[in-house]
Design a protein around this ligand. Structure first.
Ligand SMILES: [Zn+2]
Length: 280
């Protein structure tokens, strides 16, 4: 029997924010799910994030199904046009599709192009990146604490190594008119707040309460927002407890606690930088 693939309601791509022009700087969520059960059932997509800023396209943490999500949610962007890929760490929900993208952006080695940034343990025998693809790239950058690197007009800083089960770094991105931080998977520690101070802060919030597997809790996110006072915060990377509670409910509670607008990311949602800054 032929099975017809239909998008569930929660997977429907969301229209571009506010009718902004296609070339407006933006962040697109290709997935907002994390944790094993959510990945296995694709209750939320696990495609990572796409930063489209000043004409450059930077893909972050392409987890399982990322390529399909990119083609679905950002049909105007040919995947060959991705300029750089950042892996914050090698866990499968952040890295599963990286190799297929590396093949696409280099046309299987016909074009020497593209930048890959990843921690040392993502490479080599116990890593997740096929070594034969590395020679096709224009540049490979091994992440380490305090690294600063430019991609087009964007400057990425990797200010601190996270406390997670594998080598992990988030980033602080500076562009012409704003700063954006991405605090990927980590256990909470006080150093996160000064390291990631920015106008817009994106945080992975997999679970409501404290986690034995080194993730932020709702209380941790509240502490970060209070300490950092961004113009807006976005939560993403939801596991089952977050999905059952409703990420929008958690976002509203965080806003009430901190006084800062907190958005719950949705699959396919595109936020223009201009709109995000307007919350401040
Ligand atoms: Zn992880």
């Amino acid at each position: 029997m032929t099975r017809v693939w239909r998008k569930a309601d929660h997977e429907a791509p969301v229209a571009r924010s506010g009718g902004a022009p296609d070339n407006a700087d933006r962040i697109v969520f290709l997935g907002t799910g994390g944790a094993r059960h959510v990945i296995a059932k694709q209750l939320r997509a696990t495609g990572g994030m796409l930063f489209r800023v000043a004409g450059s396209n930077v893909l972050v943490d392409p987890g399982p199904g990322s390529l399909l999500r990119l083609l679905t949610y950002v049909p105007e962007l040919a995947p060959e046009k991705i300029d750089a890929i950042i892996l914050t760490h090698k866990h499968i929900d952040h890295s599963a599709d990286v190799n297929v993208y590396l093949d696409i952006i280099t046309r299987g080695g016909l074009d020497r192009r593209g930048i890959l940034m990843a921690p040392q343990d993502a490479f080599g025998e116990n890593g997740v990146i096929y070594s034969y693809l590395l020679g096709f790239l224009e540049k490979t950058i091994v992440l380490k604490e305090d690294l600063v690197s430019k991609i087009g007009e964007m400057t990425f800083e990797f200010p601190v190594q996270h406390e997670h089960r594998v080598e992990t770094y988030g980033f602080r991105l500076s562009c012409a008119n704003c700063t954006v931080s991405y605090i990927t998977d980590t256990k909470f520690f006080g150093g996160l707040i000064p390291a990631y101070k920015a106008d817009i802060v994106i945080m992975n919030l997999i679970k409501l309460g404290p986690s034995e597997i080194d993730h932020l809790s709702v209380d941790d996110c509240a502490e970060i927002i209070t300490g950092m006072k961004p113009k807006v915060a976005i939560i993403t990377h939801f596991g089952m407890s977050m999905i059952r509670t409703g990420p929008w409910n958690v976002a509203r509670q965080l806003k009430e606690r901190t006084g800062v607008t907190v958005l719950a990311a949705e699959d396919g949602k595109s936020y223009t930088i201009e709109k995000l800054l307007s919350y401040g």
